[in-house]
Design a protein around this ligand. Structure first.
Ligand code: HEM
Length: 403
């Protein structure tokens, strides 16, 4: 029987999918000393950890608190449900369609205009890492001049959160970003309270549920969370979508010919190469899971990347297939708590920005396909995913005939 893989090893970072298979088959519950956590990898177990209230997100504190402050992700129970009700309406329905869709369209096109004539682009550096951050800046009603500033903060925060080797310079830079972000945002929040508009920041200032509203500090922390929760995830989803299609030319041609397949390509990308591979939960009581027993107060590492390739749940899980029938998202009932890949989690913390992400990725895919009718990977380039907690490409160079 294969030894239990170590999620902090170099081999794991190189090819987690091979390790995931060993875990699902032979080690569905691992006590991992270095992270002090219990690791689960089977679809059934990970889905349960997201849905069952015996598991909470309390343990995010050590990870997110230092850069973001206290956010919705660290909350549970009534505090969480009220906070979620305060922010959720901004990311769906008419607000999304009427207010933010034009922002998404404009920002996708503006970035594409920057390289459309060149005949080559790095879809990561020139598009994916910029697009969701520019969208957030504009949604918040900030200045276009803030795009670069937010991009710098974004880069700093994600380096901080993926700093597994604990590089002190990276840690110090993340702390500086926390200060700069607060110094910038708090006065703007104050301004919007006095002179509101129809932007996201004003909406957050105005929001009230059951007599509760958000303090300036709460709003600042939420905006900071958007850099990672809304930025890094969408960034990685866009580049992985194109990588998967470029790797499968028949499916790329099908999507080009029928843009109605983009939602299926997005859903299958989220299953096959989810931006978030691991998230943590804490047990509020002793639980039986993964064929073993985990004590109360323990931390669980839930492997989304492993669950999404569980052969008990998906046929031929190691194949990227936008036509698969065992993903109900392909029929577009996706973006509710019933979504059946786990890339957005499930249950009470199910991604509050899922519809926004879907809108962003669909617009990005359409506009990029329009601008690059013969898009091809740069000759000889082999895309490589990086990262352990979050995972995606750091480079995706393509060539095309300029329109
Ligand atoms: C929560 C993934 C896009 C905002 C989550 C969670 C996951 C996730 C896995 C659950 C975390 C947990 O339970 O511990 C993704 C992916 C995205 C995406 C894969 C893109 C493809 C976005 C966007 C926003 C956003 C665009 C912007 C609003 C949030 C927030 C939460 C969250 C605020 C916390 C919700 C809560 O605690 O109730 N996301 N996300 N996400 N996401 Fe997303």
């Amino acid at each position: 029987e294969a030894e239990a893989p170590d999620i902090l090893s170099a081999e794991f970072a190189d090819d987690p999918y091979a390790a995931y298979r060993i875990m699902r088959e032979h080690h569905p519950l691992i006590r991992h000393e270095p992270t002090g956590s219990w690791i689960i990898s089977r679809y059934e177990d990970v889905a349960r950890a997201f849905r069952d209230p015996a598991f909470t997100t309390g343990n995010y504190d050590w990870q997110l608190e230092p850069v973001h402050g206290r956010t919705i992700l660290q909350m549970s129970g009534r505090e969480h449900s009220v906070r979620r009700a305060l922010v959720a309406p901004a990311f769906r329905g008419n607000t999304l369609q009427e207010l933010f869709l034009p922002v998404i369209e404009r920002n996708a096109q503006a970035l594409i205009d920057g390289f459309a004539a060149a005949g080559e682009a790095d879809l990561v550096a020139d598009f994916a890492t910029r697009f969701p951050i520019n969208v957030i800046v504009d949604m918040l009603g900030l200045d276009k001049e803030d795009h670069d500033r937010f991009h710098r903060w974004y880069t700093s925060v994600i380096a901080f959160l993926s700093n597994l080797s604990q590089d002190p310079d990276v840690a110090a830079d993340g702390m500086r970003t926390r200060e700069e972000f607060a110094a910038y945002m708090l006065p703007v929040i104050e301004e919007r309270r006095n002179d509101p508009g129809d932007d996201l920041l004003s909406t957050l200032c105005r929001a009230e549920v059951d007599g509760t509203s958000m303090s300036d500090e709460d709003i600042k922390a939420f905006c900071s969370l958007l850099l990672t929760a809304g930025g890094e995830t969408t960034d990685k989803a866009v580049s992985s979508l194109f990588r998967n299609l470029l790797d499968n030319p028949g499916q790329l041609a099908a999507v080009r010919a029928d843009r109605g397949l983009i939602p299926a390509a997005f859903a299958e990308t989220l299953r096959y190469s989810p931006p978030v591979h691991m998230i943590m939960r804490q047990t509020s009581q002793e639980v039986r899971i993964g064929g073993g027993t985990v004590p109360a107060g323990a931390t669980l590492t839930c492997l989304i990347g492993a669950a999404n390739r569980d052969e008990e749940r998906f046929a031929d899980p190691g194949t990227f297939d936008i036509f698969r029938e065992d993903l109900t998202t392909t029929k577009d009932v996706a973006f509710s708590a019933a979504a059946d890949h786990l890339a957005f989690a499930l249950g009470r913390h199910f991604c509050v920005g899922a519809l926004l992400a879907k809108a962003e990725v669909e617009v990005a895919a359409n506009r990029l396909l329009d601008a690059m009718p013969d898009m091809a990977l740069r000759e000889g380039f082999q895309p490589r995913e990086q990262g352990v907690f979050t995972r995606g490409l750091t480079e995706l160079p393509v060539r095309f005939t300029p329109a």
